[in-house]
Structures are given as C-alpha cells and as structure tokens.
Design a protein around this ligand. Structure first.
Ligand SMILES: NC(=O)c1ccc[n+]([C@@H]2O[C@H](COP(=O)([O-])OP(=O)(O)OC[C@H]3O[C@@H](n4cnc5c(N)ncnc54)[C@H](OP(=O)(O)O)[C@@H]3O)[C@@H](O)[C@H]2O)c1
Length: 259
C-alpha cells in the first residue's frame, strides 16, 4: 500500500527506545523528515544516525516531556529546521506499577505529568504548525489499562483513562481544523520498559521465558513487538486514514475485556 508519507514532517516523543524508536524508524523508512526527543541523549543520537541512514533529515534533542521549557525549545527547533509539522506522535511514557495503597500523591501527579500533561502540552505547542499542514495528524500512544481497570496498575489506569478522554475530546475539538487525532492502546509489547520490569521481578530470567509466563492471559498468547505498533502509526499518519479520527485502537493481541 502506498502511504504517500514522503517528505512529511513527524515529531515523535520518547523515540530513543522501544515503541518510539520503532515508530521513528518506520516513518523514516516511509520518507518522513523527523524530529525526535528523549531524556537520554546518547541513545537518542544512535536513533538519529540510523534514521538519517535512511536518507531523511532527523533533528534530535534531549528533552524531558514533563518540562514545559524543554518541550517548547524542542518544538522551536522543529519550527526553525522545518518550518512545518504534519504528524505529532505522543509516545513518551513509562510505567508506575503499584496498587492504590502503594502509589502516593507525588507518584500519581508525576505520572499524570508524563502521560497526560505532556500530550496536552505537545498539542498546544504544535497546534499552529499542525493547523497549516494539508494532512495533520496527532497519534497518541496510550494503554489498554484506562479502558479497563487494572488495580495493580492504579496510576496507569487512572491517568490513561484521562488520556483516552483527551484523545476523544481533541478529536472533536480539532476536527474543524482538519486535524485527525487517534489513540493506539498498547497491551504488552517487548521493550526496554519490560526489560526493567524483568530485571526487578526476575533478574537473570531470559526475556522470552519471562514474557511467555506473563502472556498466558493474552488471547494471542504472546507479547507484541514494537514493529507491530509502528505500522499502524504509519497507516494512521497517511492519507489512507483520512476519515479516521477519535478512534481508539487496541494493539494488545486480544487483551482488554471491554466492548
Ligand atoms: N511496552 C508496553 O507493553 C506498553 C504498554 C502500555 C503502554 N505503553 C506505552 O507506550 C509508550 C512507549 O513505551 P515503551 O515500552 O517503548 O517504553 P520504553 O522502552 O521505556 O521507552 C520509552 C521512551 O520514552 C522516553 N521517555 C520516557 N520518559 C520520558 C520523559 N519524561 N521525557 C522524554 N522522554 C521520555 C525514553 O527515553 P529516556 O528514558 O531516555 O527519556 C524512551 O525513549 C509509553 O507511553 C508507554 O507508557 C507501553
């Protein structure tokens, strides 16, 4: 399928590892020019080099998405370099495991800043650029928790529920400007985030064994890969998805017991 993404400009947050890295490289492979950020400059630079190896310009900037000044400076870089933006992918995030009584207010608020406020702020900061694009897209990488309550992931459930509401609200709010806003809800995808969880819960256990044990409740019986997410991002970014907005698409191998 010809996606027609060549020369579009895409900003991907949290693109140094895992799902964000796969999204950045997928879009680079489709010929998109890129702007990527993460807190760790070293890993980010490696992604920049791989992306540019695919023949596209890639701006990489160390930025914490919870810091409004760093976020604005990053968007300023994008504007200075490309003067435009077509695709915003809000991907940066991480897990704060724990039940209600294990998560304190500070943890919950920080998790809100990472997951919800960063999406709000990136949309605010890029709106003037997206509004000028002929095919503007906002793609939010969210989670199945939030559509379903996972008590063991209290912060994720509460804050991702806000992300789902944000996604729908923005889709309606920005529709008159032609900006399409969609959510991809991850179930369990093997990334460095899961390697950290494995290191904490079962140090030394091979990743395949660790994920196989945890995949018992997933209908497809396995974890996904970042590339099983990134193809959907490219599709939603493309003209082939021009009538899809406000959608919330699970990529979870059948996980999620909601209708
Ligand atoms: N993997 C899963 O099974 C799963 C499940 C549900 C939802 N998700 C969501 O999918 C997204 C990607 O997850 P992943 O598994 O690929 O995670 P990951 O492997 O931990 O990668 C996260 C990326 O985001 C960056 N990042 C984290 N916090 C940041 C911050 N405050 N500012 C800027 N960059 C930040 C990280 O780089 P630095 O650390 O260098 O900043 C990294 O590039 C996240 O939003 C996550 O919550 C994933």
């Amino acid at each position: 399928m010809e996606l027609g993404l060549k020369d579009r400009i895409a900003l991907v947050t949290g693109a140094s590892k895992g799902i964000g890295k796969a999204i950045a490289l997928e879009l680079a492979g489709e010929g998109c020019r890129l702007a990527i950020c993460a807190r760790g400059a070293e890993e980010l630079e490696k992604v920049r080099v791989i992306a540019e190896g695919k023949g596209v310009r890639c701006v990489a900037r160390r930025a914490d998405v919870t810091d409004p000044k760093e976020l604005k400076a990053f968007v300023h870089d994008v504007e200075r370099t490309f003067g435009a933006l077509d695709i915003l992918v809000n991907n940066a995030g991480g897990a704060l495991p724990g039940r209600f009584e294990q998560v304190n207010d500070e943890g919950l608020i920080h998790d809100y800043e990472v997951k919800v406020l960063s999406q709000v702020r990136f949309v605010r900061a890029t709106l003037h650029l997206l509004a000028k694009s002929h095919a503007p897209r906002v793609i939010n990488i969210n989670a199945i928790p939030g559509r379903v309550a996972f008590p063991q992931l209290f912060a994720t459930t509460v804050n991702r529920a806000a992300c789902h509401a944000l996604n729908k609200t923005l889709a309606i709010e920005l529709a008159p400007k032609g900006i399409l806003v969609n959510s991809i809800n991850i179930g369990s995808v093997v990334t460095p985030q899961w390697e950290n969880i494995r290191n904490r819960l079962a140090p030394g256990m091979p990743m395949e064994e660790f994920t196989a044990e945890r995949a018992r409740g997933i209908p497809l019986g396995r974890f996904g890969t970042p590339e099983e997410v990134s193809g959907l991002v490219a599709f939603l970014a493309s003209d082939r998805a021009s009538y899809i907005t406000g959608a919330s698409i699970d990529v979870g191998g059948g996980s999620g017991m909601h209708v």
